[in-house]
Design a protein around this ligand. Structure first.
Ligand SMILES: [Fe+2]
Ligand SMILES: [Fe+2]
Length: 139
């Protein structure tokens, strides 16, 4: 079965997914200014994607015999659009780093399913990172 290290990485992933899911949703609600029009739909759809990630990882973690955390990492909403998206770029970078590490450990333990789940999520986090980076260029 999965090591404690891998289980902890999955729970860390869930805490981050819960955080950004709420963070992007509240940023979607609190956006302002003309430029916010271009950003708000992206924030909404990415918030929903992050919620699905949280669920997917939680299902896997529960199957592996661990209780998924309900506690998000600290949420940062921000005041200006620029402040919001700057932080979101950093959070996506953090997710990419964490999931590469998770894939590495899953691979070492021969856990093909966890490996595959996180490779799929990683691809989406890179897309989010690309989206936020592109939006930031114009803010
Ligand atoms: Fe995610
Ligand atoms: Fe993401």
């Amino acid at each position: 079965m999965a090591s404690k290290e891998l289980l902890n990485l999955l729970n860390k992933g869930i805490a981050r997914e819960l955080q950004v899911s709420i963070q992007y949703m509240w940023q979607h609600v609190q956006w302002s200014g003309v430029k916010g029009f271009a950003v708000q739909d992206e924030l909404k759809s990415i918030a929903i994607a992050e919620m699905k990630h949280a669920e997917k990882i939680a299902e896997r973690l529960f199957y592996l015999g661990e209780i998924p955390t309900t506690k998000p990492e600290p949420i940062f909403v921000g005041k200006t659009l620029k402040e919001m998206i700057e932080r979101d770029v950093k959070d996506e970078e953090g997710a990419i780093k964490l999931y590469k590490q998770t894939i590495e450990v899953a691979r070492k333990e021969g856990d093909e399913t966890t490996n595959r789940i996180f490779r799929e999520i990683l691809e989406q986090e890179e897309e989010h990172h690309d989206t936020f980076t592109t939006l930031l260029e114009d803010l």
